[in-house]
Ligand binder design. Sequence first.
Ligand code: ATP
Length: 293
Amino acid sequence: MSNYLDISKVSIDFPTPQGPFRALDGLSLRIRKGEFVSLIGHSGCGKSTVLNIIAGLLRASEGGVALDGKEVNEPGPDRAVVFQNHSLLPWLTAFENVQLAVRQVFRGRMSRAEMRDWVEHNLKLVHMAHAMHKRPDELSGGMKQRVGIARALAMRPKVLLMDEPFGALDALTRAHMQDSLMEIQRDLNNTVVMITHDVDEAVLLSDRIVMMTNGPAATIGEVLDIDLPRPRNRVTLAENSAYNHFRQQVLRFLYEKQRKVVEMAREPDDAGASGAASRGGVAGLVHRLGRRA
Ligand SMILES: Nc1ncnc2c1ncn2[C@@H]1O[C@H](COP(=O)(O)OP(=O)(O)OP(=O)(O)O)[C@@H](O)[C@H]1O
């Protein structure tokens, strides 16, 4: 499989009152067609910035992104984004929300009847056919997120970009959504770049996990190939030694190798403390979690 999405030496400087702030520095990543890649890293390291550059919502100050051989320099329907907060239009039904995107992408190429069937097909894919005529305020958080995913899939993007798509959901709904996404992936084999803070989610869903260093001037620290066979089952994986090894490698990266957040979270009266045992508050907790990993 060839490289499909090519992120090449991307740096970005944001203007701030104190002068330019370099959020990303020389980040390169090549993603193959059909690959599922997760980005993981501490809060503020630059994950959303990477996603926004791929989406064409932000321009890199240096370097660039190419998708299927074409340079990315503005948003386009070949890169659909799913945000943490679904972003559905509240006055439209689930069906109409998906239909709006389908019309924008396929107007002139599909008849009205074809478009209707396509909208229904995508809502069925995410198990939302039964509620497609409801408005967002009549749907649960998980259902709204399903509609957001249906809308993105219905655009038939070359790349699906997901920014913590399940971050706002309770644990059980989240698990259902992850299972649905794996089912959809098995059939459609989309190219996906997903941001997550959840180590289990990253290992369960990904072909590769890209671990980012802390900013400023963040870049890729390590990349982990998750070669667990598919289909993957969360219950049996819990006892799988390879799965647990991958989990530990990610935890180790986040809480041992990239421990800067611990320093930032240290409380003022901890400043002179030496040794983990004397660390209190959030800093101590994060430190102890890291040591257990
Ligand atoms: N428009 C902007 N102007 C100035 N600084 C910015 C801007 N956008 C992002 N940043 C800074 O760039 C860095 C990366 O931000 P980004 O939102 O990409 O991080 P993140 O890893 O997605 O964080 P989180 O996990 O908390 O969502 C942060 O330090 C942030 O403050």
